[in-house]
Design a binder for this molecule. Structure first.
Ligand SMILES: C[S@@+](CC[C@H](N)C(=O)[O-])C[C@H]1O[C@@H](n2cnc3c(N)ncnc32)[C@H](O)[C@@H]1O
Length: 239
């Protein structure tokens, strides 16, 4: 169980943790990994963290350099054409797609869908903006099953407002103490009851499964990419 100070985040990360705990083989790609912040959630044989900030990858790569099943890729999510299609068992992007400008985000979503293996799964977290119907279309173009969970319901919003502004450093210090994280954990349970309904502030967690029109899984072979360090490959394209 994950207990952060925010009920809405608890919901997303507990849902993700639960789903990822069932995927115990193959390769996982953590898109916008910020080093390897969420690596412990992944149970696959191989973990690959992708980030546009090389310094973040370098910070963690040193610690895991002796583990052949962990590596990193320096890349921009909207420029992943070099990666093989249908090759990754689980693709996850949390807290990241919103950072990309609209055009780049569409390209990134398409690339992440494309690289997901036929029996693989793609999880991502997004803010529902005016373009959300376009993203939905993209998900449905690539996958037979698309589950959308709406989160950050009224209760979570009120609690998070009382505790400080979401995303700002003004979130109250005591809110991060264990009793309050526990309270945030309890409140997050109500997100499960409201996950089928669109809320005023529209945050979504999307789960896509079963690639359309593709049967054979391809090898995730990036051996042709230059190595920056023993476990960091570069797919970064200078613009
Ligand atoms: C807020 S962190 C999210 C970290 C982690 N996934 C989480 O859920 O907490 C966003 C990360 O995405 C990376 N990022 C932003 N734009 C990116 C892009 N176009 N391509 C790859 N990574 C990007 C940032 O460098 C940062 O490390």
């Amino acid at each position: 169980m994950i207990f952060t100070a925010r009920p809405s985040k608890n919901f997303v990360f507990n849902l993700l943790e639960h789903r990822l705990s069932k995927i115990t083989s193959g390769i996982a790609l953590d898109a916008g990994s910020s080093g390897d912040k969420n690596r412990r959630l992944f149970k696959t044989d191989i973990y690959c963290g992708i980030d546009i900030e090389l310094s973040k990858l370098k910070q963690v790569a040193q610690k895991t350099k002796d583990d052949k099943n962990i590596f990193y890729l320096w890349a921009d999510l909207s420029y992943l054409a070099i990666l093989p299609s249908a090759s990754v068992d689980v693709v996850v992007s949390t807290n990241t797609l919103y950072c990309l400008p609209s055009k780049a985000r569409k390209k990134a979503v398409k690339q992440l869908c494309r690289i997901t293996a036929p029996e693989g799964q793609f999880f991502c977290e997004m803010v529902m903006d005016a373009d959300f119907d376009i993203y939905k279309k993209i998900f449905h173009t690539y996958f037979e099953l698309v589950d959308i969970f709406y989160y950050r319901n009224r209760l979570s919003r009120i609690y998070e407002k009382i505790m400080g502004d979401t995303g700002s450093t003004r979130y109250r210090v005591f809110a991060t103490s264990f009793p309050f994280r526990l309270l945030a954990g309890v409140l997050s349970v109500f997100e499960y009851f409201t996950a089928s309904y669109i809320h005023k502030e529209k945050y979504v967690f999307i789960l896509c499964k079963k690639r359309k029109n593709i049967i054979k899984k391809k090898l995730f072979d990036i051996s042709q990419l230059p190595l920056i360090e023993s476990n960091i490959y570069s797919a970064y394209i200078q613009k």
